[in-house]
Ligand binder design. Structure first.
Ligand code: F6R
Length: 239
C-alpha cells in the first residue's frame, strides 16, 4: 500500500488525475471503476478538461461502485444522475459503455447478481474509491463480510446522516443501496482511494494502520497488491 499525503483537495485531485491519465495513456479502451460523492468531483473535472484538450473517452468503459435503491434513475439524487452531471455529459463517452446498478430494479437481488456477472466480464484496470467517515468503501458498511459480492445494503445511520447534506432533509435520503461487494472492489487491478478533510482522519488511520478487520471495510485494501491512498493533510492527521 502506498500513501501519498498532499496539501489540499486540488493537489489530491491532480495526483489522482495523473494516475488515471497514465492508465488511459496505456490503454484507450481501459475499464475504469468510478465512485460518486464529493471527493472525486475534482478528479472528474480534470478528466473533462483532459477530454476538451483532445483525449477521446469513446472507447473507455466505466462501472460505478454503487447506487441508491428505491428511487427513480432520473431523480437528480440518483448516482446515475450524479455521474452524468459531473462527468459523462461532458466527455465523449458512449452511454452504453457506462454501467451502474439500476436504482429501481424490481428484484434488487437479481440486479445485484447481474452486476456481479457483468463485472466478471469487464475486469477494471483502475478503481477510484472514496471512504466513508465510518470506513466504508462503496456502500460496504462496517462488518460487511470481506467475501461479499454485489449486494443490497441497509444504510447505517451514520451514512444517512453524512449524505443528508446533499438532500433537502434527512427523511429524503434513501435507506437502501446496491453496492459492489468487497470482493469486486478487490478485483480491480489498480486502486486509488482519495480522502480529504478532518472527518476522514479516523477512517484513514484505521484503514492504513489498523487491523485488517470488517469493522473498517477499507482496511482490506492493505491486502491489495496495487493500492494508492491519496490523502490531504487533514485526512492524514492521525497517521
Ligand atoms: C460513493 C461511495 C462512497 C463514498 C463515501 C465518501 O460511490 O462509494 O463510499 O465514496 O461515502 O463520500 P464523500 O466523497 O461524499 O465524502
Amino acid at each position: 500500500m502506498k500513501v501519498i499525503v498532499v496539501k489540499d483537495y486540488e493537489e489530491m485531485s491532480q495526483k489522482a488525475f495523473e494516475i488515471m491519465a497514465s492508465v488511459l495513456d496505456a490503454k484507450e479502451d481501459a475499464v475504469i471503476g468510478l465512485a460518486t460523492g464529493t471527493t472525486p468531483i475534482g478528479l472528474y473535472s480534470k478528466m473533462i478538461e483532459d477530454c476538451k484538450k483532445g483525449r477521446s473517452y469513446a472507447k473507455v468503459k466505466t462501472a460505478n461502485l454503487d447506487e441508491y435503491y428505491g428511487i427513480d434513475p432520473t431523480n437528480e439524487q440518483s448516482y446515475v444522475s450524479f455521474m452524468k452531471a459531473k462527468l459523462f455529459d461532458h466527455i465523449d463517452i458512449e452511454q452504453n459503455n457506462t454501467h451502474i446498478e439500476l436504482s429501481n430494479a424490481k428484484d434488487a437481488q437479481a440486479e445485484c447478481d447481474r452486476y456481479t456477472a457483468l463485472l466478471e466480464k469487464m475486469p477494471r484496470d483502475i478503481q477510484v474509491l472514496g471512504i466513508g467517515s465510518n470506513g466504508h468503501v462503496g456502500f460496504n458498511e462496517p462488518n460487511t463480510p470481506f467475501g461479499s459480492d454485489t449486494h443490497v445494503v441497509e444504510l447505517t445511520e451514520s451514512t444517512i446522516k453524512d449524505n443528508s447534506r446533499l438532500f433537502n432533509s434527512i427523511d429524503e435520503v434513501p435507506t437502501k443501496a446496491l453496492t459492489m461487494g468487497i470482493k469486486q472492489v478487490m478485483q480491480a487491478k489498480k486502486i486509488i482511494l482519495l480522502a480529504n478533510g478532518k472527518n476522514k482522519a479516523k477512517a484513514i488511520r484505521d484503514a492504513v494502520k489498523g487491523k485488517v478487520d470488517p469493522i473498517c471495510p477499507a482496511s482490506i485494501l492493505q491486502l491489495h497488491p496495487d493500492v494508492t491512498f491519496i490523502v490531504d493533510e487533514d485526512a492524514a492527521s492521525l497517521l
